[in-house]
Write a protein that binds this ligand. Sequence first.
Ligand code: GUN
Length: 292
Amino acid sequence: MTILDGKTISNKIKEEIALEVAQIKERGEKVPHLAAVLVGNDGASLTYVGSKVRSCKKIGFESTLIHLPEETSEEELLQKVHQLNTDDTIDGYIVQLPLPKHIDEEKVLMAVHPDKDVDGFHPTNFGKMALDMETFISATPFGIMELLRRYEVDTEGKHAVVIGRSHIVGRPISILMSQKGKAANCTVTLAHSRTKDIKALTLQADIIVSALGVPHFLKADMVKEGAVIIDVGITRVPDESRERGYYITGDVDFEKVSKKASFITPVPGGVGPMTIAMLLKNTLLARKRHRS
Ligand code: GUN
């Protein structure tokens, strides 16, 4: 069994990006600049955004965190988005999700200019991804594909079962894995909350991508011997005995499932760090595109 070590691979990717940034600086050009908009004080979002900004600093990107109060109106947020669209000093930006309930998420994501949409959430970019055209691929699915590619996991003609149909992970990863190219060419089944008998499907799977957010959903008796397991779940489970008051766990019963798997991602340290690395990669791509 091989652990798909997202932490190590993401550090490698960040080193590769840092090298490019150093070359950009040497040429006297402007370094990539990522902005992140965070509305409110959701604990997980604060952690993610903080981590994204720290990673930017580490590799030599410029970064700007725009932290708006929970009561920010939809109109005010849209104004900020328009401002970022027209600010030439910013190469790419993200609006951290989820947004407070009084704000229409779809309206905000639609307002992000596709050329600056390093999250790849705008319909133009999602559509290009689905058509296998060059674009910003959403960081989490992009990170999973990169992890499979760097570990040379054999995906050719394999049956991949994706659990969860979210716009951010399940849906795009199901499309990417069905496409031609490295770490793809799979036959894909997209399972979700209304799927009948998920276990019958996962037992047939050569590769399982679980993006549900239900701790320990995937048990050893649902998995075929030798399967590749990608755990996208990141759930905070309250635990008073820990200093932070919680611990992080994935969708997979790692201890038991890892005994049957050929490759498996841990949580934490698997898909999570890859997401940040790929966001940085998209920001570098945005910088290069804006230059040409
Ligand atoms: N919330 C959970 N994942 C993501 C992500 O990849 N990007 C943004 N903007 N928000 C998220």
